[in-house]
Ligand binder design. Sequence first.
Ligand SMILES: Cc1cc2nc3c(=O)[nH]c(=O)nc-3n(C[C@H](O)[C@H](O)[C@H](O)COP(=O)(O)OP(=O)(O)OC[C@H]3O[C@@H](n4cnc5c(N)ncnc54)[C@H](O)[C@@H]3O)c2cc1C
Length: 422
Amino acid sequence: MAWDFETDSDFQRELDWIAQLVREEVEPLEHVLGSPWDIHAPGFKKLVRPLQRIVKERALWACHLGPELGGQGYGQVKLALMNEILGRSTFAPIVFGAQAPDSGNSEILAHYGTPEQKRSFLDPLLANDVVSCFAMTEPQGGADPQVFTTRAVRDGDGWIITGQKWFASNARYAGFFIVMAITDPEVSVYKGATMFIVPAGTSGLNIVRNASCADEEATHAYVEFDHVRVSANHVLGPVGGAFAVAQVRLGGGRVHHAMRVIGQAQKALDALCERALSRSTQGSRLADKQMVQERIGDSWIELEQFRLLVMRTAWRIDKYQDYRKVRKDIGAVKAAMPKVLHDIAARALHLHGSIGVSNEMPFAGLINRSFQMGLADGPTEVHKITVAKELLREYEPCEDLFPAYHRPTARAAALAKFGETL
Ligand SMILES: Cc1cc2nc3c(=O)[nH]c(=O)nc-3n(C[C@H](O)[C@H](O)[C@H](O)COP(=O)(O)OP(=O)(O)OC[C@H]3O[C@@H](n4cnc5c(N)ncnc54)[C@H](O)[C@@H]3O)c2cc1C
């Protein structure tokens, strides 16, 4: 019997250490540095590299990975507790070697990479000597891979990739791209697509432009593959196996986003509470007004519900070690995440009044982030569909005219069972 909501004291000590480092050293970085993925910027070298060394010395580097890859193999529950602290700062994930999309890309390279691919791409990625890009979405659609057209055709001992990718995050900083391309158009995309590793700088790989979300830096690239040639040893995983490969990164990645969203929503809730206590209007503090209290209460309840769902999902991933068994849970977490962040950030924005809506506060950015969370790794609708489909698998249709829960039918069954006794 183990329904335990406590953290081991040893691990709590590590969490306290992480929280202090993030609060004091990492959270200020976003106010003086550019993109966390711009790892060759002078400011990054001066301010982030020393912090990464401290994290490595503390053995908290790349904790999403197993010990064979230099991580701690903590599992998802410990990772969730860590990630909700890291979510408070855009720089914290890279300080701890756990930033998307590199964390997911390192998982698939570890899982499917050949020894040579691991040497050339995984090792430098794990050391954060390079960052990487995952290019799957295309301009004509992302939610439905059946509209993808980027093609790879065999050319002697290699492949030639032609097509366009859209919203490929951090392409401008990436040392290499993991790209999904159709290798067999005769079959369903789910069986006819393959993953390729394309090093940055390969001839024909061009960034058309970079888009930004709200006032963030423009890091989401529109990428053109104009007859990009890669050798056969740049195929990642089996030919035709792109979706099996993608699943390895998307399953974990979606939960890791959710863990970090807890930290972002908590930050908005902290601001909401502090402001409510600090500001007075019409003769009393905002905190004393019932409509404000309702918003604070709702925010806490929604965040705690979400956190429990995330923690239980993390626990189930650890328990089953099989993402297929937790598809419903991951879908639910992914679908719930944008709304929780949106609603709490919106309440914080509104309670701060004019300054809340301005660019002097983080709330408009957080609201935009909530919409990003509802799209990245698939839109909310698609994940709700997954939840519903998985749930419906647990039910059978009723063959009778009236179902067993129909009251007269239920009463007749109860009388048949208890009639004699009564
Ligand atoms: C911040 C951010 C980072 C991203 N990074 C990357 C990246 O690094 N690499 C990458 O490949 N992609 C990335 N993406 C793209 C992301 O995966 C896509 O945005 C997502 O898959 C949706 O595709 P789309 O934008 O083309 O929207 P569309 O596929 O056009 O969908 C638009 C809308 O249609 C509706 N919809 C779609 N399907 C259904 C359905 N079945 N039922 C009902 N309604 C539906 C939804 O409201 C959806 O939002 C990123 C996106 C964001 C926002």
